[in-house]
Design a binder for this molecule. Structure first.
Ligand code: PMP
Length: 382
């Protein structure tokens, strides 16, 4: 077969650069200890930060909703796919993050695409951190506006970009950076944005459930609607479910319902998935110890890593990257850990910048102290 796209050569080039990505097949639920490729592994790769993905109340709620509503949602939200459980979840999420209204999206990727492409028209600008999640950057590509990028968490660089920006201006940032684990200076950014009449959009995919006693970055840093007019949270990480939402003013939500293409032109998430998210919010509220336990384990890990002199990137969140630089070495380290029973992903370009390959270690309230100590010892002996 002729191949004008030269796929075989392009795949080989990825292999040669140690950038080839491979999937693993899980044979157990997502939890601290998993069955994978026929082995039991301690899981330090998941974003299930609170151990809710396999919580009995979450699983039971999804089963009950499937029995009541069936499985498929049947259509997009606007065309009749929106059930009572979706509606309740939106109300509950708005309350949880302290905003007037929330709107469900089927994934965080789609939420970011939808918001940015709906808000920006030709002549407008979206200003983004260079390390923002791919979905924020892709949203800018899809929009008719201009993309400007500033240096990571650098307020001076942001200010420069804001001064050059034309039209209406949206500034978008991750709260907790997904591959670095550090946190954007949200209060200062909000202040700058207000001075320049720009709107700040925060993607709290890795902050919701972790920061602000589980309520996310808005609660942690006391950020009102004026400071952060556009908030995006995901349900597939600390909440252990699937999907995402945008929270903000009545007008923002109505505008997105009218114009966000990734909201309008896609099937609504199944009601049982929405029910699982609702249950998971309830568990989060009732079992506050999960958030505290995660913080304790983060403290245990970072203190241990510091004492052992491991080359960790500075992070106080559940994402604890160990900087390796070289992609091949990162792969080797991940393979050695795998042999010793630890699943830790090697993150390589283009997900991270060139020569910045790393192990992305993620911690969960479901880990034991022993899991943390054993991982530290395994890392130190490499
Ligand atoms: N934003 C950030 C910062 C993320 O890390 C992710 C998930 N990797 C997303 C958005 C996308 O969310 P989802 O997985 O729900 O599409």
């Amino acid at each position: 077969m002729s191949d004008p796209f030269q796929l075989a050569q392009r795949l080989q080039a990825r292999r040669d650069q140690h950038l080839y990505r491979q999937r693993r097949v899980l044979e157990s639920p997502q939890q601290a200890h998993i069955q994978c490729d026929g082995k039991t592994l301690r899981n330090f790769s998941s974003n299930d930060y609170l151990g809710l993905a396999n919580h009995p109340a979450v699983v039971a709620a999804s089963q009950k909703a499937a029995a009541e509503y069936g499985f498929g949602s049947g259509a997009s939200h606007l065309v009749i796919g929106h059930s009572r459980v979706h509606h309740e979840l939106e109300e509950r999420l708005a309350e949880w993050v302290g905003r007037p209204r929330a709107l469900l999206f089927s994934t965080g990727y789609m939420a970011n695409l939808g918001v940015i492409s709906a808000l920006l028209e030709r002549g407008d600008t979206v200003v983004q951190d260079k390390l923002n999640h791919a979905s924020l950057l892709d949203g800018a590509q899809l929009s008719r506006g201009q993309l400007q990028r500033y240096h990571h968490n650098d307020l001076g660089s942001l200010q420069q970009r804001l001064q050059q920006a034309g039209g209406r201006v949206l500034v978008a940032t991750d709260s907790v950076f997904s591959m670095d684990g550090d946190i954007a200076p949200l209060q200062d950014m909000a202040h700058l944005c207000q001075q320049q009449n720009a709107w700040l959009m925060v993607d709290d995919a890795h902050g919701l459930g972790v920061l602000g006693q589980g309520h996310g970055c808005l609660r942690e840093y006391d950020l009102g609607l004026e400071q952060v007019p556009v908030y995006m949270g995901t349900l597939g990480k600390a909440l252990g479910s699937y999907g995402a939402f945008v929270a903000g003013s009545e007008d923002l939500i109505e505008f997105l319902i009218q114009s966000a293409r990734s909201y309008i032109y896609t099937t609504a998430m199944p009601p049982s998935v929405a029910a699982a998210s609702l249950a998971s919010l309830e568990v989060l509220a009732a079992e506050r110890w999960r958030v505290e336990r995660l913080q304790d384990l983060i403290g245990r890990f970072t203190r241990g890593a510091l004492a052992m002199g491991l080359p960790m990137m500075p992070s106080t969140t559940a994402i604890q990257p160990l900087l390796v630089h070289d992609s091949e070495q990162a792969l080797q380290l991940s393979a050695t850990l795998l042999e010793r029973g630890f699943l830790v992903g090697a993150i390589r370009p283009p997900t991270v910048p060139a020569n910045a390959a790393r192990l992305r270690i993620t911690l969960s309230a479901a880990h034991s102290e022993q899991d943390i100590d054993d991982l530290l010892n395994a890392l130190a002996s490499n």
